[in-house]
Design a protein around this ligand. Structure first.
Ligand code: SAM
Ligand code: DTB
Ligand code: SF4
Length: 335
């Protein structure tokens, strides 16, 4: 429902981003209510299946081998361990389970075969299975889809202009290519970014412009606040003021009315009242569980308290159908 556009201009997005905060939140809340079940929040759970030692130089990331952080390198987990973690996540109310690997790109080796097994097994638990493994070829995306992968996370992180200030070992186009490969394989796209990387408002607007003008909007858009980690080049960056996060979420909601906007990394620093404002502004997804990939996240009980206090309800798995079926529905409607 709603007016889904793919031809946004920078000026239009800036006009939205610059609205007085409460008017912006109200506008976003109205669009949110028109397009989603108000107060319903999707819970995703994260697991780092292969940690640290990554060859990329992403300035924010504690898992890059080029930075000296406390993160310990951990080889690929066993399928059984991952399954146990997925079962726990489901018991805690998660409808999506996301497995992350500190890889630049997927290679066609036994580790990837193991990830495919993990996808198959987690899929049997009736969870939306998600992976974030770095760059993918079209063939690798298809193999993941065949194994039952529901969603793939691949963030563009910031604007095209700011990208090389943060990461030099790959390009913005590399990111966009993988997103296209994921889309073409019929996998749900999860792509967003991070605020607090030293970017300007124009960069934030540029990032939203790229996402909102993709041929199809990502089904989920994570908005992460930088978690500054000792030993990374961005460890001493200034904390993002809370109103800027709200502004970013509300703008994402208005330019991509159908997407799930995920209030992602950085929640540990936010009060319930601040998170409430993010939900009013259109956030309708979180990562729950006391750990993100390597950094801490709010405790399970604290989140359950928040859900009770704010009257939030967890969203069921597959409530939006499967992206593959949507392609089929469109094809059937045309023929
Ligand atoms: N290696 C894969 C990749 O880069 O696509 C997958 C894992 S990577 C850790 C997934 C995402 O986590 C990154 O794209 C980035 O948006 C986010 N991330 C990493 N470190 C972060 C930090 N310190 N604060 C906030 N978000 C972070
Ligand atoms: C996303 O946008 N945020 C998550 C998930 N996708 C993979 C990762 C956040 C990582 C925060 C730093 C860490 O815990 O290592
Ligand atoms: Fe590697 Fe991903 Fe971290 Fe970049 S964000 S260093 S690609 S794990």
């Amino acid at each position: 429902m709603g007016n889904i556009r793919h031809n946004w201009t920078k000026e239009e997005i800036r006009e939205i981003y610059d609205r007085p905060l409460l008017s912006l939140v109200l506008d976003a809340a109205i669009v949110h209510k028109q397009n989603h079940t108000f107060g319903e929040v999707q819970i995703s759970s994260l697991l780092s299946i292969k940690t640290g030692g990554c060859s990329e130089d992403c300035g924010y990331c504690p898992q890059s081998a080029r930075h000296h952080t406390d993160v310990k390198v951990h080889a690929m987990m066993k399928v059984d361990e991952v399954l146990r973690s997925a079962e726990n996540a489901k018991a805690g109310g998660a409808s999506r389970f996301c497995m992350g690997a500190a890889w630049r790109e997927v290679r066609d080796n036994s580790d990837f075969d193991r990830v495919l097994d993990m996808v198959k097994e987690v899929n049997k638990l009736d969870l939306e299975v998600c992976c974030t493994l770095g760059m993918l070829t079209p063939y690798q995306a298809e193999r993941l889809a065949e194994a039952g992968l529901y969603a793939y996370n691949h963030n563009i992180d910031t604007s095209e202009e700011h990208y090389s200030e943060v990461i030099t070992t790959r390009t913005y186009d590399d990111r966009l290519n993988t997103i296209a490969n994921v889309r073409n394989a019929g996998i749900s796209v999860c792509s967003g970014g991070i605020i607090g990387l030293g970017e300007t408002d124009a960069d934030r607007i540029g990032m939203l412009l790229t996402l909102a003008n993709l041929p199809q909007h990502p089904e989920s858009v994570p908005i992460n606040v930088l978690v500054p980690v000792e030993g990374t080049p961005l460890a001493n960056n200034k904390r993002v003021p809370f109103d800027e996060l709200v502004r970013m979420i509300a703008t994402a909601r208005l330019v991509m009315p159908d997407a799930a906007v995920r209030l992602s990394a950085g929640r540990l620093e936010l009060s319930i009242a601040e998170q409430a404002m993010c939900f009013m502004a259109g956030a309708n997804s979180i990562f729950a569980g006391d750990k993100l990939l390597t950094t801490p996240n709010p405790e399970y009980n604290a989140d359950m308290d928040m859900f009770r206090i704010l009257g939030l309800t967890p969203k069921a798995a597959f409530a939006d159908g499967h992206p593959k079926n949507k392609v089929r529905e469109v094809e059937e409607a045309i023929s």
